[in-house]
Design a protein around this ligand. Structure first.
Ligand code: KG4
Ligand code: ZN
Length: 349
């Protein structure tokens, strides 16, 4: 009798931040189930509250796993492996997922592998578009990250740039807060920007003219705060809100597009892939798509569900590790920071 393929039916678990997500992935290719439970509780506070996030993961995870198995028509005993986000993220949130995965794996007698969340974002598009040509450039833009990475292949990463202060999504969230809008800010800024004028405010394009691939978004947020200072407190007139949203989005995407295109050219990339919640932004997508088309570069953007935090991408990268026969680590520990997460990110990023 041949040994069962550990990647045959993988349960993916993602709890690194404020989304609890579970997926069942068959042979690294077919998503049998994929559930994402957003934690609405954070809206009350205008940002993610770590303690509330871990508690919500704890409450949601067991039911979500049961529901995913039921949707996939899979019994626990059919699972061949478990993939769980181990880094980077909020420690308390990561611990909930990893502890659950270890206990569940132990009870089922199947291997558990820890997955790097950022590595998973780099490859999420593969679930919908199949294998990427390499070298590729990946832009991961979320509430916690702004990473520009050269991807030579699976497991072959070279960090090109990162943010020196706020992440791109954090800037969207903070500007939305300044405008008196809800959390998360990205989708509402994008919606309001449609009816605003992109050139109404001449906001700065931080680091645009500097060489290299690093970003900075806190000055842009401060410029928005300064523009609003003279106009009192929210609620602001609708046209003002729309103009600020459009001008801010134009400035943020100008920098993201310019640096990404610069990286694509320097690397001689055959593909550009996007990941993270900000990759849902239509202006960003619609400006990068023609830049790629003009250069004959494959533009690989997952659907919004796979851009944001999700367990499908964790199951995918975990399935690859399981297929390689990577030994599961009995002491699978969580790591909060990206620099210490073993992905080859140089110090100082
Ligand atoms: O990847 P994600 O779901 O979670 C993490 O932060 O890890 O990303 C959420 C971030 C938030 O900052 C949110 O405002 C931003 O992505 N976002 C967007 C859009 N949709 C979500 N930013 C700009 N435009 C959007 N359409
Ligand atoms: Zn993420």
């Amino acid at each position: 009798m041949t040994a069962p393929d550990p990647a045959a039916l993988v349960l993916g678990i993602e709890t690194s931040c404020d989304d609890t997500s579970v997926a069942v992935l068959e042979r690294g290719a077919t998503l049998r189930a994929h559930l994402i439970a957003a934690q609405d509780v954070h809206q009350l506070y205008g940002g993610v509250v770590p303690e509330l996030a871990s508690r919500a993961h704890l409450e949601l995870l067991p039911a979500l796993v049961a529901e995913a198995l039921s949707q996939a028509a899979v019994k626990p005993g059919d699972l061949t492996g478990i993939a769980v986000t181990r880094a980077p993220g909020l420690v308390g949130s990561l611990v909930v997922g990893v502890a659950f995965a270890k206990a569940y794996g132990l009870s089922l007698g199947i291997p558990v592998v820890g997955v790097n969340h950022i590595e998973a974002h780099l490859h999420a598009a593969t679930l919908e578009l199949g294998p990427s040509p390499f070298p590729a450039v990946a832009l991961v833009v979320s509430g916690g990250h702004t990473e520009l990475v050269e991807v030579g292949g699976v497991g072959d990463y070279r960090w090109l740039g990162s943010t020196r202060d706020d992440a791109a999504g954090e800037a969207f969230d903070k500007v939305a807060k300044l405008l008196g809008l809800g959390f998360p800010g990205g989708p509402v800024i994008e919606r309001l920007a449609h009816s605003g004028r992109r050139d109404a405010f001449d906001f700065p394009r931080p680091m645009l003219d500097q060489p290299g691939y690093d970003f900075s978004f806190s000055g842009l947020k401060t410029a928005v705060a300064m523009a609003l200072r003279a106009r009192g407190t929210p609620p602001y007139p609708r046209t003002l809100v729309a103009d600020i949203a459009a001008s801010f989005q134009a400035a943020a995407t100008d920098v993201l597009v310019a640096k990404t295109v610069r990286a694509v050219e320097a690397v001689g990339a055959r593909a550009l892939t996007l990941g993270g919640g900000v990759a849902c932004n239509r202006e960003l997508r619609e400006r990068l798509a023609p830049e790629c088309a003009r250069r004959g570069v494959a533009f690989r953007v997952p659907s919004p569900r796979l851009c944001a935090d999700n367990a499908a991408m964790i199951a995918l990268v975990g399935a690859w590790a399981l297929a390689r026969g990577e030994a599961p680590e009995p002491e699978l520990d969580v790591v909060a920071s990206l620099e210490e997460s073993g992905l080859g990110v140089p110090a100082g990023f």
